[in-house]
Design a protein around this ligand. Structure first.
Ligand code: ATP
Ligand code: MG
Length: 333
């Protein structure tokens, strides 16, 4: 069956609800219909110079959260990016096919480099989207389930794939499609409902981390910034705070937004927040238990990742050999 690839960065102790609703739930849903590879992209995390001890810990924690969400290593390949050296190799080949100006147009780089300052901004942060293109093209990926913020990087990946096919002949690369589910493609920060919820957000108060204590989560939801007015309606433009809460409510309960809005007719924002806090906590409690289970047995977790890396490597090597040959590199013996 056609192939899926996606990944998350181990840039935090916990994934957040945006990662979960925007991407992870899609991963789980798609793993039957596709040949899926799900990766903890530790090389991407290196772009922001993490502490080594913390990075290792966060890599395992991220993998544990994939498993707790329902990624099944029997049906999908679950692995760590740095265990498959071909990601870095293909990234170099693609770097040499990417225009400097083209790479410079990536808006995420502009945002992140503004945050890190001139000295804190690494070359790796600049070339990040090229490594991401390598991640995807390495597996002849057909579909990439991601959040809205990755749309531009996916476009670059598609452009690169098309360029390779034009320069080196059809069949050099598979041109992937993004899989972005509109309703949950962008979950917003609770304190700033015009900004996306991010692991690297300025204040932790706007984030719902999957591994936060339930009390903290409930408190953050109750103190979410909401809009002037008091009527509960789904209006992204004028009531972005409430729209965000309704989106989360709907995604976690599987109920239509309209039905939820009808339930709250004549009720205030406070009601919605209190009930949503309950919904989120109810979801998090069993999730956190499963994560604890995986983390309490690091040897088994590492074995899963090792097995995944081996399976991923076999696919990656074949693709890289094909592409390198097209580029004119002398075949390896
Ligand atoms: P960082 O701030 O370190 O970049 P992040 O929160 O953006 O962290 P990533 O690891 O970069 O997380 O992204 C993992 C996946 O989660 C990607 O598919 C991304 O599109 C998706 N994602 C991230 N934030 C959101 C969000 N707020 N809403 C929906 N999807 C999101
Ligand atoms: Mg990100």
């Amino acid at each position: 069956s056609p192939r899926i690839f996606s990944g998350m960065q181990p840039t935090s102790d916990s994934l957040h609800l945006g990662n979960y609703l925007g991407a992870l739930t899609q991963w789980v849903a798609l793993q039957d219909a596709y040949d899926a590879l799900y990766c903890v992209v530790d090389l991407h995390a290196l772009t922001v110079s993490p502490d080594p001890v913390q990075l290792r810990e966060r890599t395992r924690r991220t993998a544990a959260q994939y498993l707790a969400a329902g990624v099944d290593p029997e049906r999908s390949i679950l692995f760590v990016q740095s265990h498959v050296a071909e990601h870095a190799e293909l990234s170099w080949l693609l770097s040499c096919q990417t225009g400097f100006g083209e790479a410079g147009r990536m808006t995420q780089f502009k945002d992140k480099s503004a945050k890190h300052g001139a000295e804190g901004t690494t070359v790796g942060l600049f070339t990040y989207p090229i490594l991401m293109a390598a991640d995807i093209l390495l597996y002849d990926t057909a579909l990439v389930p991601v959040g809205e913020d990755q749309r531009q990087h996916l476009e670059l990946t598609r452009d690169l794939a098309e360029r390779l096919n034009k320069r080196f002949g059809d069949g050099t690369a598979v041109v992937p499609d993004a899989h972005i589910v509109k309703a949950t493609a962008k979950i917003y920060d609770l304190q700033d409902p015009t900004a996306k919820m991010s692991k690297s957000a300025a204040s932790p108060n706007g984030i719902i981390e999957l591994l936060d204590p339930p009390k903290t989560v409930a408190k953050r939801i109750r103190s979410a910034v909401t809009d002037t007015g008091s009527e509960i309606r789904f209006d992204r433009e004028n009531q972005p705070g409430i729209a965000n809460l309704l989106t989360i409510y709907s995604a976690l309960t599987g109920r239509e937004v309209d039905a939820i809005v009808a339930d709250y007719a004549g009720k205030g924002y406070g009601h919605l927040k209190v009930d949503l806090a309950d919904v989120v906590v109810e979801f998090l409690a069993p999730f956190q238990e499963r994560v604890d289970g995986y983390l309490s047995d690091p040897a088994s977790l590492d074995a899963v990742l090792e097995d995944g890396a081996e399976r991923a490597r076999a696919i990656a090597r074949a693709t890289l050999d094909r592409v390198a040959d097209r580029f004119g590199l002398l075949p390896r013996r």
